[in-house]
Design a protein. Sequence first.
Length: 115
Amino acid sequence: MTGELRILPKHGTPMIEQIRAKIQAGQFEFSKHAVDQSVLRQISVQELREAIANGEIIEDYPEDKYGPSCLVLGFTRTGRPLHIQSSYPSRPLVKVVTLYEPDPAEWIDFRVRRT
């Protein structure tokens, strides 16, 4: 389900718009794993902001063991594709669970997992 269609029940605003607003306002935090991965993969906070700004939700994990989350695909200004797993925006701070550059061998157009 895409972010443009996924709406949180109480808010009436598409979830991707709520995530964008929180990221833009600085209302986010990184899990320890996300910090480690961003350093290892050389992904800057600015690249995260850029990717979320034009991102779309490509996978939804409402039953994730650490809390509801979703996978966002976005592109940096230089065209670098990024996947960002984020908590739902219902939390006071959106939590970035992990982020990485998707492997084209594992993804079709970076949006659909190859089987």
